[in-house]
Ligand binder design. Structure first.
Ligand SMILES: [Zn+2]
Length: 231
């Protein structure tokens, strides 16, 4: 096997290592809390807080209604208990009672609206909690698959780095150094020769370059410096 072929194989492994590392990074980004899940949890918490506030408000309004009812009852007793004889005073009491009753009706309407809103919020919390539960379950499944995939990719990476070690030991230190040098400058170090052209820069190679490459020597393209491989 020519040195160029060995370096070409090494390059294939390096490309695969790069892809595998990218896949691993991708997986690590997907592992952990999901934004959608955090948002759903925070949303539910806000709704529950809002519900608690409304329930407290409901209790307060219920107390107020209770007070108003007892005030009205007292006024009623006074008014119809026969104790007030003065007609002027009677009229004034009647007016006061009417105002109290109007206020009570308004308060009762408020209470009804509040109770309707509470009921709607309770329904929303119920459906959002179910949605969150489903999201959490899906996320859990996804995480399990990712963890498994991560282990697979890690073991593949180990396998590749072992292969790389073997291939590296099969080339001379000078060839390896040349490969690493060109790779760091050009990205792709070894290129195929196709129809007498360097596949890296697409320029036509000289007869001398082609002959050296054919002879199995480590030949570099004179214009881009990449290592030529006649595969
Ligand atoms: Zn070239």
């Amino acid at each position: 096997m020519s040195l160029a072929k060995r370096l070409y194989d090494l390059q294939q492994i390096d490309l695969e290592i790069q892809k595998t590392q990218e896949a691993l990074t991708d997986i690590s980004h997907q592992l952990g809390e999901s934004k959608a899940l955090l948002k759903a949890r925070a949303g539910l918490l806000d709704e529950e807080k809002h519900l608690a506030e409304m329930e407290k408000q409901q209790r307060d309004v219920e107390w107020e209604v209770e007070d108003m009812r007892s005030n009205i009852a007292q006024l009623n007793d006074k008014l119809y208990g026969g104790k007030i004889k003065n007609p002027k005073e009677l009229v004034s009491f009647e007016k006061e009672l009417e105002i109290f009753k109007t206020n009570l009706r308004q308060k009762e309407d408020n209470l009804l609206d509040l109770m309707t809103e509470i009921e709607a919020t309770q329904d929303k919390i119920k459906s959002d909690a179910e949605r969150l539960k489903k999201l959490e379950w899906e996320w859990q499944q996804e995480q399990e698959v990712l963890v498994q995939r991560q282990a697979e990719v890690e073991s593949r990476l180990l396998e590749l780095s072992q292969k790389r070690q073997v291939l590296t030991s099969e080339v001379t230190p000078q060839a390896f150094e040349l490969y690493e040098g060109v790779r760091s400058r050009k990205g792709q170090a070894v290129v195929r020769v196709e129809q007498g052209r360097c596949h890296g820069c697409h320029l036509t190679l000289s007869m001398n370059e082609l002959q050296r490459a054919r002879a199995g020597a480590l030949a570099q393209c004179s214009s881009c410096g990449r290592i030529l491989y006649l595969g």
